[in-house]
Write a protein of this length. Structure first.
Lengths: 352, 352
DNA sequence: ATGAAAGCGCTAACAG
DNA sequence: CTGTTAGCGCTTTCAT
């Protein structure tokens, strides 16, 4: 038995296809054929190769494979903020569905910052990812579009843009549903509050839905407050205000529609700290229905997004696009968004 | 009729170094030198190459680069469960610190299942990752060790094993601290509860600390309950029991040390649903100090792990190992773990 | 049924 | 200073 030179894998470079070939006494093409399960290899040879493979602990070098194939199985995933449970769940689902379709996910957390969003995408591009999944898209749409359009398939999943496939809920509708719920239980002064981390297209669409619902019900001017938790500081229509004053002052708003659950829970926390009772003194509705929202102690009324469905459809869409099963102009797939009424909303105690 | 836009993949392949070279009228080595910022390229040439690069939108193909360099800048990150806020935060920190040291993170979520843990690691190996960061290690230590030891640098970050560098808190100490806190406020019957998702080495170490604290204080036999939320079902010492009975029956336990915050919050939720008051009827301490634990409505007493510090040291360790700045046998770096007393713990209402 | 050979896009000597 | 050359590990015709 000729012992190959590199038979001790204890240390050093991983075995290559050549190591396997020489150990099995065949050519590397044959090894390649076995590895890829191609037909036309005799049973005996196939077996010998298999032996060599696991004696050496050989694994094909994906980089080399993908270099020659001129395409990778890597899917870039742009996540807004992993610390936001909604994104964390989405990331998890996306990874699972990607794996199920043979893709490896490469995440890139953007800290909600369009600077690092761009940088992250550049990195993904350098890895020649087969496609990019945006789970949040806050950045400069122009630059990003220029950089990506017609270069690599892109899907916006639970976010949106007009230059790629999108799979998301109807945020405008969600905004209306939430606002209407508040109106129906009796609120007249309802504020829309967003926090710095999320002021993207989805946020805008939700805000639109909110405005429309207000208008249809003939309710006063919409009010958009950009709040920076945990401080008291907020800005309304470019004007500095404090959240406390908004929630307790003259003509106080009795209800808040937050742009997402994290914001909603922050508002709730704020209320708890300043002694405002929820829902007696303040009703809150969020967006996303993160797991936490369902806890008895939080009991947040919110708009549920079907996370797993979004992820599944998102991956299906981009995979089809990559594999050319889907051609033509960008598609839009909307999935349902449902109001989940819990305990953070109730009629106002002293209706205006 | 609008002209249909085509979002299909790039019309042409991405430009290669050769495209740049010919456009700039130089050789590809020169382009390479410019791209890598090597000295010894005249200002004029450098400029011409730069022009060509951004006219073409050229980005080096990392796969090709890493293939020839025989090493990647990819760091594999094995995450237990991204839906657990502790891991989500860690993942985020790890990614940031990795990027700061020039590495790209490739995550792999294991669903707490050692089957997919192994599969995930195989994938990472196929990508020839420069190193692997375990944020959780629940799998079959034997197989994993055999597969990885001496093949690729490994760091266990906020988890542990004896065959790689580890950066973590002293879980045994944490277990003691938490248990002692409970004992000090007056509890005598304290249970340790873990949920299926986390029964790894860290869990074991925390359990040990718990046992030791109990022993030192001369308190009754330790009690390990494996609970499957949200059901009532639990198993104690291989015996089927119900959580309600454990918390309300004869000789009920008045306090619970949960293996982590997610478990602790689940216990709290369970208590809320069955009408047990926390902390009056039941004290709870968790482990990790996830952001949620600090909410006024949760107010969980817990053991804080310095997440960012763990991530930073973890990355520093593996990067040093990869770059051969660190040699020799595996190192262990322990960082502080602190008790954060909040409102989920108090003296028992009717001491036994 | 198997092997030989030509690259994939890039880096890294080594020449000129 | 710039170009030439030889691969990295693999897939993929095309011969044998």
């Amino acid at each position: 038995m000729a012992v190959p030179r590199d038979s001790a894998p204890a240390v050093g470079r991983p075995p290559t296809i050549l190591d396997v070939a020489s150990r099995a006494g065949v050519s590397k093409s044959t090894v390649s054929n076995v590895v890829r399960g191609m037909p036309g290899v005799s049973e005996t040879t196939r077996h010998r190769v298999r032996m060599a493979i696991d004696q050496l602990g050989y694994r094909p070098n994906v980089l080399a494979r993908q270099l020659v194939q001129q395409r990778t199985n890597i899917l870039g995933v742009v996540v807004g903020d992993l610390a936001n449970p909604f994104f964390a769940e989405m990331a998890k689902s996306v990874e699972r569905h990607a794996a199920a379709r043979g893709y490896t996910a490469m995440f890139c957390n953007t800290e909600g910052n369009s600077q690092s969003e761009l940088a992250g995408v550049e990195t993904l591009l350098e890895y020649r990812v087969a496609g990019i999944v945006f789970l949040a898209f806050s950045g400069d749409s122009r630059t990003m579009k220029e950089r990506l359009e017609h270069r690599v398939p892109v899907v916006f999943c639970s976010c949106t843009a007009d230059w790629g496939d999108v799979v998301s809920v109807d945020d405008v509708r969600g905004g209306k549903l939430g606002t209407n719920h508040l109106i129906e239980v009796g609120h007249r002064r309802i504020a829309y509050v967003s926090i710095p981390e999320l002021e993207d297209q989805s946020d805008l669409a939700r805000w639109q839905g909110y405005c429309e619902a207000l208008r249809i019900s003939g309710l006063g001017p919409p009010m958009r407050v950009s709040w920076s938790p945990p401080s008291d500081h907020a800005v309304v229509d470019g004007e500095d205000r404090t959240l406390s004053e908004i929630l307790t002052g003259q003509d106080r708003t009795t209800a808040v529609f937050a742009s997402n659950d994290v914001a909603a829970i922050s508002v709730q926390e704020f209320a708890d700290r300043v002694g405002l009772r929820v829902p007696e003194d303040l009703s809150i509705v969020g967006f996303d229905d993160v797991p936490m929202a369902g806890l008895a102690r939080i009991a947040l009324t919110t708009l549920a997004q079907p996370r797993d469905k979004l992820a599944k459809l998102g991956i299906a869409t981009i995979a089809d696009r990559i594999e050319r099963k889907l051609k033509g102009p960008p598609t839009t797939t909307l999935v349902e968004v449902d109001l989940v009424a819990r305990k953070s909303t109730a009629p106002p105690s002293n209706p205006s």
